[in-house]
Ligand binder design. Structure first.
Ligand SMILES: [Zn+2]
Length: 184
């Protein structure tokens, strides 16, 4: 969760908050873990709070009814890739390592995720969160950023500062370049 106070952002680009509001909170969760719809969305709904959930379709399907209910109650669904590829240093990611992807196969992976979300939930994700917060494909001299690819495909992208830290919203019109927000 991020809370940014407008008073701490006075040298940011001026942006009129809707209805004269002075701050905003963005809540987001990754991976479509079952607890997110068994417990999380119900709790959020109780307080009238909406969040963004970056889902991996195969995991989402374990609680599909819960995810459909989350969409119906107004939560946003984001793309978190079809197979959640991360660096090969992680044991669990070795057979699906970013190092073995090309820009073409990564694009296909992300497109397939969007397609699956559309099929299963009837919504088209407009936002993307990088699996493990890692933004490259290939290895050695062939390593490339896939940030430009994602930038063309989505209106907003989320990344973490490291794979062990909380997710940070990278883009917000009111806080471009502000501290704490990671722009990609
Ligand atoms: Zn993830």
């Amino acid at each position: 969760m991020l809370l940014k106070n407008a008073s701490a952002q006075q040298d940011s680009v001026a942006y009129p908050w809707p209805e004269g509001k002075r701050a905003a909170i963005s809540l987001s969760f990754d991976d479509a873990r079952e607890s997110q719809v068994i417990v999380g969305t119900k709790l959020l709904d109780q307080y009238g709070i909406k969040a963004t959930f970056y889902v991996v379709p195969s995991t989402m399907q374990r609680q599909l009814a819960g995810w459909k209910a989350a969409v119906a109650s107004g939560h946003e669904i984001g793309n978190h890739s079809l197979t959640h590829p991360c660096m090969e240093n992680f044991d669990w990611s070795r057979s699906n390592a970013l190092e073995n992807y090309s820009l073409k196969t990564m694009k296909k992976n992300i497109q397939e995720c969007t397609k699956k979300i559309e099929e299963l939930l009837g919504v088209t994700p407009e936002v993307f969160a990088y699996p493990c917060g890692q933004k490259y494909i290939g290895r050695g001299s062939k390593t490339k950023s896939y940030v430009p690819l994602v930038s063309k495909m989505f209106v907003s992208r989320l990344a973490r500062r490291s794979s062990q830290q909380p997710t940070l919203l990278q883009f917000c019109p009111a806080h471009r370049g502000g501290d704490g927000w990671q722009k990609l």
